[in-house]
Design a protein around this ligand. Structure first.
Ligand SMILES: Nc1ncnc2c1ncn2[C@@H]1O[C@H](COP(=O)(O)OP(=O)(O)OP(=O)(O)O)[C@@H](O)[C@H]1O
Length: 251
């Protein structure tokens, strides 16, 4: 296991000495304590670590959904932390895709309209071949005219995934993307993420607690107490489980 990660400004997305403090004074929590890590283009990385280690905070800061206290977030080499809100919003809309547990589907739109919404907002049309492939692979063919309230949790999650992938963003951030899926659907989603990295050169960053899910990634980045605690390249379930157990034992 390696414990070093150099700042890599050529990475698709990178954190440089990122610090995030919630609250002030005695109650302040240092959720990120100087994290420097890069995520290479076309690679699928899982972020893992004990509960409260800063995984979600890191991903939210990388995705521009939360503001770091200090440090930099680089997207394609440019510093997101110094951009005006308008530029940040545009970058989020056009260059970044999100697959979060809370789905964030619009309740009044059909599944199909939810999937194409980010493209519609950007005045772009979906690539029909990619759209068809995603809808078929994700088992949504018979569900496209349904509203989110008419879909199961797993189906909603797959709509959110199709929405993130169809726009072909440079970077996709996924927070427990298989959390609500049965094991077969979960395996399909993870394969799809890995294929998207390989075939479309997308950069995928996924937070997960599941060593089985992490084993689909090219690399696992470990966090503990808001700091980088190691990396595993070409992870398998046993190596990930061992690393998590070592982190838990060190607490
Ligand atoms: N909005 C907030 N206000 C105050 N503290 C927060 C806030 N969000 C997170 N924290 C704290 O920051 C630390 C890191 O939280 P974070 O959610 O990033 O951890 P995590 O590794 O994603 O945890 P989990 O695996 O339980 O989801 C925790 O101590 C948490 O309590």
């Amino acid at each position: 296991m390696q414990t070093q990660s150099s700042p890599d400004t050529l990475a698709a997305v990178a954190a440089v000495n990122l610090v995030k403090v919630y609250g002030t004074g005695d109650t302040a929590v240092r959720a990120l304590d100087g994290v420097t890590v890069g995520f290479d283009r076309g690679r699928f990385t899982a972020i893992m670590g004990p509960s409260g280690s800063g995984k979600s905070t890191l991903m939210h800061c990388l995705a521009g959904l939360d503001t770091a206290t200090s440090g930099q977030v680089l997207l394609g080499g440019s510093d997101l932390t110094r951009q005006p809100d308008k530029v940040l919003t545009k970058a989020r809309r056009e260059r970044i895709g999100f697959v979060f547990q809370s789905f964030n589907l619009l309740p009044q739109l059909t599944a199909a309209a939810n999937i194409t919404l980010p493209l519609d907002l950007a005045g772009r049309r979906p690539d029909p071949a990619l759209y068809d492939r995603l809808v078929t692979t994700l088992g949504l063919t018979g569900r496209l005219t349904h509203l989110p309230s008419e879909l199961s949790g797993g189906q909603q999650q797959r709509v959110a995934l199709a929405r993130a992938l169809v726009a072909r963003p440079e970077v996709i951030f996924a927070d427990e993307p298989t959390g609500n899926l049965d094991s077969r659907s979960g395996a399909e989603v993870l394969s799809l993420l890995r294929d998207s990295a390989r075939d479309l050169g997308q950069t995928i960053v996924m937070v997960t607690h599941d060593p089985g899910a992490a084993a689909y990634a090219h690399r696992v980045v470990l966090l503990a107490d808001g700091r980088l605690a190691g990396e595993i390249h070409s992870p398998d379930i046993a190596a990930v489980t061992d690393a998590l157990q070592s982190l838990a034992a060190a607490r």
